[in-house]
Design a protein around this ligand. Sequence first.
Ligand code: ROI
Length: 160
Amino acid sequence: TATAYIGLGANLNDPIDQLCTALTALSQLPGSRLLGISSLYGSKPLGPQDQPDFFNAVAALQTELEPLALLDALQSQEQEQGRVRRRHWGERCIDLDILLLGDTQWYCPRLTLPHKELTQRSFTLIPLAELDPHLCLPDGRRVSQLTPAFDGELQRCQHS
Ligand SMILES: CC1(C)Nc2nc(N)[nH]c(=O)c2N=C1O
């Protein structure tokens, strides 16, 4: 098995509830075990600004699933939660992205691992470093070395 890090994002139709629904689905994924969940973060949308702020989190999932099987499972969960693609980089009720799958480096049209934008986005990097401060990327970089560039960009939501 390998540890997958899944990026979750939502900014439509009660986003926090959407994230909870997705996390419940992840905890029930066959051949997988939910190891941990980052804090919940709020962030300004990257892309068109005429959309609501996003809520983001990252989940750590131990899984036996192969990359494309995991991708299929995540994409069917997005459909299940009624994701409709309206415009490029537009609002969506749920986004489930594989950020990392162990040390796998995977380059195919459907899936790139590690996620292409992983180190360019506060809302993936900061929750990831929270989950595993010592995490190393396949190219050897430590995520905790990359987060200072994004200090102050992300709001950790108040724990209810
Ligand atoms: C539309 C785009 C690029 N912008 C985002 N912006 C933020 N803040 N969070 C996201 O999860 C997110 N996801 C996206 O896919």
